[in-house]
Write a protein of this length. Structure first.
Ligand SMILES: Cc1cc2nc3c(=O)[nH]c(=O)nc-3n(C[C@H](O)[C@H](O)[C@H](O)COP(=O)(O)OP(=O)(O)OC[C@H]3O[C@@H](n4cnc5c(N)ncnc54)[C@H](O)[C@@H]3O)c2cc1C
Ligand SMILES: Cc1cc2nc3c(=O)[nH]c(=O)nc-3n(C[C@H](O)[C@H](O)[C@H](O)COP(=O)(O)OP(=O)(O)OC[C@H]3O[C@@H](n4cnc5c(N)ncnc54)[C@H](O)[C@@H]3O)c2cc1C
Ligand code: SF4
Ligand code: SF4
Ligand code: SF4
Ligand code: SF4
Ligand code: SF4
Ligand code: SF4
Ligand code: SF4
Ligand code: SF4
Lengths: 295, 190, 673, 165
């Protein structure tokens, strides 16, 4: 299946391992990723905090690019980009006046025809393919699947591909990769999202609570599907430790990396070396990856 | 009757709730102050104006008091409040609308650090079409943000190949600038 | 030739101020066929009515038009006066020049012109009115009560005590409804069973009440005074005449682990069971879905168990019993099918009801609902009245109640307030504090709605004297951490977030109508609201009648109701039913449809659009008895006079008395230029 | 003419005929009266038991007799006093709409609405809105073309189509 690909700024910057790992597993999942031509920033929370119209117009430009390219649906691996693109599509579809404004602002004839999918939705659709490609099942790996805020809510925007209060798609993907999802309580709590830079204290408080809960539930690693969640939970562990809020080392894996490992892909190819918290505890497990391959 | 009007035109004489309704299509007066939004808000322990307070101040037409409301600027836009509100009030969207109304106001405390961040962010997008993270960090600091607390870690970020040093410009920059201008014109025309 | 009298009323100043009544009388007097046209200050006063009577006699009127208020106000008055004057009352109509004219316009000229128009249309109509006589239909003076909760029980007893026979149909094995599950009841805290069981027994023993338990209404035909009801008596697998209720069978049944409906899943029952000790009738029932023998039969295997039959000395067990049908003729029906609670789980019957994922969708074992708490608190319950939590049987020291779950929540449940939960939560905190002296009850609420005699005092007592801690705010999320339940809420009065640990949580879930209420309502042709509650005919003035004549409603199937409300409604329906039964014959307005037999083509479009099933098939035979044609016949007893058939009939062969095509065409004609 | 609506200072004043059901809209209009809600005086009400009784031919006839606009109003969909009469009416009117367009009547001259017994204010708004709208459309002059023999009008076809098979 060919699907439009909107990497978003983070996947080209802070979280390029997400991009790398997704591209690494895509062929095996039968996904042909067609990057949206000359895509631009979705505006993230800054745009819609400043101007509603801007918050819709920036993502709409990308949808328009995809539309011009003949792309029917687009996947945005970053949860924030996904939320912005999906919200823009949803709002334009429900509001003819807004649609008119957007067409004027973009100065092109935009039909709002491109469907927006989250990475979870796409991976859920590829479950059979994942199952058949797993060669190194992540046996005995206990994972805490972390959804954060924007992957499954609000349903009006997501279209309800998963339950907003009791989701299951990430667990299903991890199970297909042979891992064991733990039952824990903070998988829908916010990691601090956009305040990462401007208010580290909040991010430390929220992130530490998440890490502790996952640890208490016996998780060996937390699985995420969002670059922001990743940096708040991975990069910030050091700051948490400095502030005495957290004293462990919890590897944070992208869902795409989990699937890649189970397919026997090289840890380096999956960008696991780019993480701040070492992932050896996961990658050096005897079952999944042959020894010596860890970079 | 029928579909809600979506309009960016509002007169100052309009009650705030009506203004918000024009902007969001949702009636803030539906809020019955149950507090479920604030109960789940991850920032509720750090703010004094929680989502239900915001809804209350909107209903009471207290735009001035909202100017200083920390909750507006510390909101993580995590949508927890919105997805659990029994009445479909969408406090998160209401706060977006309020930030938009208040963007023009510079007086008051209103959390310059966060506004500075948003400004820097949008400047990056406007100038390059994409986020240039190094540039963001620099301009954010210059723009009034507190010293990047973890500046010591920046080299390690670079070492992991995570930050690009040179900005990457989008080809359709013209269009991006047009979007910004058109949006600004719309706001001004309001 | 028509001789119409027009009487224009001033209604004091009400009409006279904006309408020139004398002018109206004068102009209407010029209309062909009008032989008498006058105005008067108060037409409905005694002298006003006398004017009508006198004019009929003196001028030989063939029709009367009173230009005054709305026909909904005084049509009856003037039709009576017309009859008093010796003219058929249906030759009198009213022209509404008050509500539809003088009260809504200020311009005197325009209002006067309009009043003339209005009166002239009615004059033209009345010219074409024909004498009609009220319809008299016989009344079967027996009543059907559907649902054997407290509402149905009360209605049945009151009607039976009033001297009429009652058929009581209950779908479950026993009557009693939800009240039989309650422990003690607000606002007096008297024991529910103690006040209910005597009434249940009374029903059973009443010579004029016929009880069909474990039965359901299959179909309903007919109309007020003359319903024919088919009742399905579900196979109990017990011969009711032979069984003496000894209970030997239930003791031997090997399948003992079935969650008891009566105990809301907190207790267990056998496959052959009596739902609770005081059940009426006190007869066992085999739950075929759970009985080993029937489970084998369903798989095509030979009968095995039969332990119950072996234990029964009366040979009362009948594995081959089948559903039976009985038909009963009744003149009135009371619907009292009660409520169910919003389910805590994820799966809800209706798509707009979503359940609460943030509270764990009912996966935390120590989160229960109000009825489960009643069972825990009940001396006859699974824990003999000890408050123990389901997961480990421990006594919860910290119990938290969440109000308005599924109520007042348009996003996840119902937008209405369930009305009684504020009261039963207050009651639950008291029962809890009476039983767990070192425990603490906390309530998350939004408002306390305790409007009733002694109600607010009751809820205040729970707080002021019994120490329940009330926190104003909804809870956002709950999760299980070890064996405690974590609660994330907000105290909106103190303005601060709250995280709290609880050992047990009770959700005050919304009251909803019983499942299947819509199909029952359709059988009865009564309307129901978007939630499924039966609609009353008028929210203030006809609260226990429905929009179908002869069908009444009582208790929690009409809206959330507590016991006092349900009983009051039940007694009200009984008085309505007894009032109906006071006469042998029933009078009805003659606004009914009639088929022209010569032109009816027998297409039965009318039958298809009639919501009341009033259209029947009639055979036209020749002398030899051969059927020549089958045409439509409108049963005047059933027809409600909506006229839909007439607008639908392709050959204009059916006509609604009082609203014939000719009459309406002439009204339109009268408005022409 | 005696019954003509007084033209306000030479302006055109439309004549509107309203077909309303007895239980909901008629009562709602009564409530508007009891509440003294002032409204345009151009509307003349013809009371019927139910919108289900309304034959589309009535509306044609009203236009033929010089009405410039028509209002049809009954109970809300789930609220019909007769359970389903308004439902049949609705289906009938959907087809009727096509017919009137075919006859060359601007659909703007016809208002279909639901007014319950408690919606006096809604009735006032419908009256005022319709009068304003029809005033804008000007007098209806095409009615002479409409002079139809009721027997030849395809009312039968129109009505029979909506009957569920
Ligand atoms: C937790 C809780 C605590 C409460 N505490 C109190 C209290 O303290 N004081 C108080 O006043 N009220 C209390 N109530 C309210 C009380 O339960 C109701 O007011 C009362 O039971 C309503 O009676 P009912 O007869 O209308 O309905 P129900 O009790 O529901 O009875 C309806 C009966 O109809 C039967 N039925 C349903 N459908 C059909 C059908 N299609 N055909 C035949 N039979 C049918 C049912 O099986 C049932 O037997 C409480 C309610 C709850 C949930
Ligand atoms: C401000 C206000 C607004 C309201 N609005 C609403 C509303 O919008 N909707 C609603 O449903 N309800 C409303 N109500 C409530 C409504 O007025 C009452 O529910 C209703 O009038 C009660 O009727 P009743 O017959 O019981 O008593 P009453 O109306 O008080 O009638 C009692 C009658 O008994 C007579 N009487 C008294 N003593 C004797 C005696 N010893 N011998 C003979 N006759 C006697 C009195 O003269 C009186 O005529 C309102 C009430 C108030 C105060
Ligand atoms: S959850 Fe909704 S209704 Fe409740 S206080 Fe917040 S905004 Fe208001
Ligand atoms: S969106 Fe903002 S206000 Fe709402 S819960 Fe999240 S942080 Fe709080
Ligand atoms: S008949 Fe009607 S309008 Fe005339 S006085 Fe009586 S109430 Fe008033
Ligand atoms: S069926 Fe037989 S054993 Fe059971 S209660 Fe009746 S008489 Fe007793
Ligand atoms: S046959 Fe056996 S399982 Fe069935 S009811 Fe009788 S004793 Fe119980
Ligand atoms: S009665 Fe009380 S608890 Fe029940 S829905 Fe109403 S306000 Fe909520
Ligand atoms: S619709 Fe008319 S013609 Fe057809 S059966 Fe009914 S009355 Fe007869
Ligand atoms: S008037 Fe209405 S109720 Fe009577 S027969 Fe015709 S469709 Fe049925």
């Amino acid at each position: 299946m060919s699907i439009g690909y909107f990497p978003g700024c983070s996947l080209h910057g802070l979280s390029r391992e997400y991009d790398e790992s997704l591209k690494a597993i895509a062929p095996a999942l039968g996904l042909e990723l067609v990057e949206v031509n000359d895509w631009s920033c979705c505006g993230a929370s800054s745009a819609h905090s400043s101007s509603h119209l801007l918050g819709v117009a920036l993502p709409a430009r990308n949808l328009a690019q995809a539309e011009d390219q003949g792309i029917a649906e687009v996947v945005a691996p970053c949860a924030a980009c996904y939320a912005r693109l999906a919200a823009a599509r949803h709002e334009i579809a429900g509001d003819a006046t807004l649609a008119g404004h957007i067409n004027k602002v973009l100065a092109r004839d935009f039909r709002n025809s491109v469907k927006v999918r989250s990475i979870l939705e796409v991976m859920k659709g590829a479950l059979p393919a994942i199952g058949s490609k797993v060669t190194h099942p992540l046996k005995d790996l206990k994972v805490a699947c972390y959804y954060g805020c924007l992957l499954v809510r609000p349903v009006e925007v997501t279209g309800g591909y998963d339950d907003p209060e009791d989701p299951s798609s990430m667990e299903a993907v991890c199970k297909a990769a042979g891992a064991t999802p733990v039952k824990w309580n903070r998988r829908l709590d916010c990691c601090g999202g956009g305040l990462s830079m401007s208010r580290t204290g909040s991010v430390v408080r929220l992130g530490a609570a998440i890490l502790k809960d996952a640890k208490a539930a016996g998780a060996d690693a937390i699985v995420v599907a969002c670059p922001m969640c990743h940096s708040n939970l991975d990069f910030r562990q050091k700051a948490m430790a400095q502030r005495g809020a957290w004293d462990g080392e919890m590897p944070i894996l992208f869902l795409t990396q989990v699937v890649g490992l189970a397919m026997g892909l090289d840890a380096k190819a999956l960008g696991l070396g780019r993480h701040f918290v070492r992932t050896d505890s996961v990658t050096t497990r005897p079952a999944p990856v042959a020894a010596g391959e860890v970079g | 009757m029928g579909s809600h009007e979506h309009s960016h035109e509002h007169s100052a004489a309009q009650p705030l709730a009506t203004r918000i309704q024009h902007m969001t299509g949702l009636n803030p007066l539906k809020c019955y102050q149950c507090g479920k939004c604030s109960a789940g808000c991850p920032m509720a322990t750090e703010t004094t104006t929680r989502p239900h307070d915001v809804m209350r101040l909107v209903a009471r037409d207290q735009l001035d008091r909202l100017t200083d409301a920390d909750g507006l600027w510390l909101c993580l836009t995590c949508e927890t409040c919105t997805s659990r509100c029994p009445n479909g009030c969408d406090p998160a969207r209401t706060m977006d609308a309020l930030r938009e109304i208040l963007a023009a106001r510079t007086n008051g405390k209103n959390h310059n650090a966060i506004r500075a961040f948003h400004r820097s962010f949008l400047t990056q997008v406007r100038n390059h079409g994409r986020l240039f993270e190094m540039g963001l960090i620099m301009s954010y600091k210059l723009g009034g943000g507190p010293m990047f607390a973890d500046v010591t870690t920046t080299p390690s970020v670079l070492a992991r190949g995570k930050l690009g040093l040179a900005p990457h410009n989008v080809k359709g920059l013209e269009e991006i600038r047009r979007i910004f201008e058109a949006c600004a014109a719309q706001e001004d025309g309001a | 030739m028509a001789r119409i009298g027009v009487f224009v009323c001033h209604c004091g100043e009400n009409i006279g101020r904006t309408v020139d009544c004398a002018k109206v009388a004068e102009l209407c007097g010029q209309v062909p066929g009008v032989v008498h046209s006058v105005d008067y200050k108060y037409m409905c006063s005694d002298p006003g009515q006398q004017m009508v009577k006198a004019a009929i006699a003196e001028k030989g009127l063939t029709g009367v038009v009173v230009a005054a208020c709305s026909p909904h106000m005084h049509e009856k008055t003037f039709r009576r006066a017309t009859a008093g004057g010796g003219l058929n009352p249906f030759l009198c109509e009213m022209a509404n020049v008050r509500e539809h004219c003088s009260w809504i316009h200020e311009d005197r000229d325009a209002a006067t012109v309009k009043a003339v128009d209005i009166t002239k249309t009615i004059v033209e109509k009345v010219k074409r009115n024909v004498p009609l006589s009220t319809i008299r239909i016989p009344v079967t003076r027996r009543a059907l009560v559907i649902g054997g909760g407290i509402a149905g029980i009360q209605a049945a007893l009151d009607i039976a005590d009033g001297g009429r026979e009652v058929i009581l149909v209950e779908k479950d094995p026993s009557i009693g409804g939800h009240m039989s599950q309650l422990s003690e009841t607000f606002p007096t805290l008297d024991c529910s069973q103690c006040i209910l069981t005597p009434r249940m027994v009374e029903v059973y023993q009443h010579p004029r009440i016929k009880l069909y338990s474990y039965s359901e209404v299959e179909s309903v035909e007919g109309y007020i005074g003359n319903f024919k009801v088919k009742i399905r008596r579900k196979a109990r697998s017990i011969d009711e005449d032979k069984c003496n209720g000894c209970g030997a069978c239930t003791k031997t049944c090997p399948n003992k682990k079935i969650p008891s409906e009566f105990d809301c899943g907190l207790g267990k029952r056998t496959a052959i069971y009596v739902p609770f000790p005081q059940a009426v009738p006190n007869l066992p029932t085999i739950d075929r879905a759970k009985c080993l023998l029937f489970m084998n039969r369903a798989k095509g295997r030979p009968d095995t168990c039969k332990k119950c039959a072996e234990a029964c000395s009366k040979e009362a067990i009948d594995f081959d019993q089948v559903d039976r049908f009985v038909t009963e003729d009744v003149g009135a029906i009371v619907v009292a099918t009660g409520y169910q609670l919003y389910t805590i789980g994820k799966d809800q019957a209706k798509p707009n009801i979503k359940g609460y994922g943030e509270y764990g969708y009912g996966t935390i074992p120590d989160v229960i609902d109000g009825l489960q708490f009643e069972r825990l608190a009940s001396a006859s319950g699974p824990t003999s009245g000890k408050i123990q939590r389901p997961s480990d049987g421990k006594e919860p020291k910290r119990i938290v109640f969440l109000q308005c779950i599924g109520s007042r929540d348009p996003q996840k449940g119902m937008d209405y307030c369930s009305k009684i939960c504020c009261m039963y939560v207050a009651k639950h905190t008291m029962l809890y504090h009476h039983k767990v002296h070192d425990g603490q009850a906390t309530v998350f609420y939004m408002d306390i709605r305790a409007a009733g005699k002694g109600y607010d005092e009751f809820s205040r007592r729970a707080i002021e004297e019994e120490g329940a801690r009330y926190i104003r705010g909804r809870v956002s999320k709950m999760w299980r951490d070890g064996d405690v339940i974590k609660i994330q809420g907000f105290d909106t009065l103190a303005g601060e977030p709250i995280e709290m640990d609880a050992d047990m949580v009770v959700l005050a879930t919304a009251m909803r109508p019983q499942p299947g209420i819509d199909s029952l309502a359709q059988k009865l042709s009564v309307s129901y609201d978007q939630h499924g509650f039966i609609n009353e005919a008028h929210p203030k003035l006809r609260p226990v009648e429905t929009n179908t004549a002869g069908v009444y409603v009582a208790g929690a199937c009409q809206a959330p109701r507590d016991i006092p409300d349900a009983v009051a409604m039940a007694s009200a329906t009984a008085s309505k039913v007894l009032g109906l039964f006071a006469n042998e014959m029933l009078e009805r307005e003659p606004t009914v449809a009639r088929v022209d037999e010569s032109s009816c083509a027998g297409c039965f479009h009318c039958e298809r659009v009639c919501a009341y099933g009033a259209v029947e098939h009639k055979e036209i035979k020749d002398r030899a008895g051969n059927v020549l044609r089958v045409i439509a016949y409108v049963n005047p007893g059933v027809c409600q006079g909506c006229g839909t058939c007439q607008a639908t009939c392709p050959s204009k062969s059916v006509e609604l008395a009082g609203f014939t095509d000719e009459q309406i065409w002439s009204e339109i004609q009268a408005l022409g230029v | 003419m005696d019954s003509a609506t007084p033209a306000a200072a030479g302006g055109f004043e439309p004549r509107i005929t309203a077909f309303v059901c007895n239980w909901c809209t008629y009562t709602g209009a009564d409530l508007a009266g009891t509440s003294r809600l002032q409204m345009a005086s151009n509307v003349r009400i013809i009371r019927l038991p139910c919108t289900g009784r309304i034959d589309p031919m009535f509306m044609i006839k009203a236009f033929e007799r010089g009405a410039d606009g028509v209002i049809v109003s009954g109970c809300h969909p789930a609220d019909c006093h007769y359970n389903a009469g308004n439902y049949h009416a609705r289906r009938r009117f959907a087809i009727f709409r096509e017919l009137i367009q075919f006859l060359g009547i601007d659909t703007g001259r016809i208002t279909f609405s639901w007014v319950s017994a408690s919606e006096g204010a809604k009735w006032r708004d419908i009256v005022n809105d319709t009068v304003t709208r029809v005033r804008g459309l000007g007098p209806f002059t095409a009615y002479r073309k409409l002079v139809v023999d009721p027997a030849t009008v395809p009312a039968a076809k129109v009505t029979s189509k909506e009957v569920p098979a």
